[in-house]
Design a protein around this ligand. Structure first.
Ligand SMILES: Cc1cc2nc3c(=O)[nH]c(=O)nc-3n(C[C@H](O)[C@H](O)[C@H](O)COP(=O)(O)OP(=O)(O)OC[C@H]3O[C@@H](n4cnc5c(N)ncnc54)[C@H](O)[C@@H]3O)c2cc1C
Length: 285
């Protein structure tokens, strides 16, 4: 199908882009177009105007400094995936992005676009939440940082206000010595996850500190707090991993859909917790 008629603007500056958005309630930001253009072609989305931000000054690049990786709005998935500096600071980023769609889509789609699209099964929202990251929004009222836990509010819904553009994402570096892992279950490589889990593990003496997040099992990516509670301070024995998996399964709120039943997702997330934590543990140094 073809998209409905729309106006198109290609601003060169951020104030111009913000003004175009703020003055037209039906306007939408166009970044890499890998989610928005298909949605328009399916007529699931009908913006009155596309504000194409690819030529806006200052919205490109990756800066790794002061313990964080700052990813500007027009940075493509593939640029971040291949960034050695980002990998050194947080190797979980590369492992996670490799699961997003396919290389041609990662060459066009932007990291920030994926965060703004906020699909509950997408990999990068989970990563931002798990690592305790944030986005920076700029709009008619100025600039503000929004923590990942406050940004993703529902499936394909964020706390971004009308007129705001997300100008960058901020991923913290991993703590020294931490182990990391991301695993997902899909029927075909490159699909959105039916269920996914990311883990960061640290060990202090014989005791563990574990961060866990999951995607695809709820209306947004979630921190698996009950599973974390089981594992934190423990020795991460097989018994504890199984107990944590059961606790994680309780967090599934997704209803049955064409991809999986809720019960299947509960079993998946339980298994993924054990595998992801074990893999992360094997990387603790
Ligand atoms: C075949 C296929 C398979 C895919 N598989 C996966 C997958 O497995 N996992 C996955 O996560 N994604 C998948 N995707 C989606 C892909 O990752 C998109 O690239 C990404 O979701 C959106 O990035 P984009 O730059 O293309 O954004 P666009 O499509 O341009 O925009 C997406 C949305 O975000 C808004 N937006 C974009 N940038 C900003 C900004 N800076 N400020 C405010 N709003 C903004 C837009 O207005 C729009 O609502 C797939 C896509 C395709 C076509």
């Amino acid at each position: 199908m073809k998209p409905p008629l729309f106006e198109y603007s290609a601003p060169r500056t951020l104030p111009e882009a913000i003004s175009l958005l703020a003055n037209d309630p039906g306007a939408m930001v166009l970044a890499g177009g890998q989610s928005l253009i298909p949605a328009m072609n399916f007529r699931l989305s009908s913006p009155s105007r596309l504000v194409d931000i690819q030529h806006v000054d200052g919205l490109r690049g990756i800066d790794v400094s002061n313990g964080r990786i700052v990813v500007k709005a027009m940075t493509r998935h593939r640029e971040l995936e291949l960034s050695d500096a980002a990998f050194q600071a947080n190797p979980l980023i590369r492992e996670t992005i490799a699961n997003v769609a396919h290389v041609p889509i990662r060459n066009r789609g932007t990291v920030v676009g994926s965060l703004c699209h906020a699909d509950a099964a997408a990999e990068l929202p989970l990563l931002l939440l798990l690592t305790g990251g944030a986005v920076v929004a700029e709009g008619p009222q100025g600039r503000r940082e929004i923590a990942a836990r406050d940004f993703f509010t529902f499936h394909m819904t964020t706390s971004r206000l009308p007129g705001e553009i997300i100008v960058e994402a901020r991923f913290p570096a991993l703590p020294p010595g931490a182990g990391w892992a991301f695993l997902e279950f899909t029927r075909r490589h490159g699909d959105y996850a039916i269920a996914s889990v990311g883990a960061i593990v640290r060990r202090f003496g014989g005791r563990a500190e574990v961060s866990l997040a999951a995607g695809g099992i709820s209306s947004r990516p979630i921190i698996l707090t009950a599973a974390q509670d089981v594992l934190n301070g423990s020795d991460l024995s097989a018994g504890k991993l199984a107990e944590a998996g059961k606790a994680a399964a309780q967090a599934v709120t997704a209803a049955d859909d064409i991809h999986a039943t809720a019960d299947y997702r509960r079993r998946l997330v339980a298994a993924l917790v054990g595998r992801t934590v074990s893999k992360a543990l094997s990387r603790v140094s």
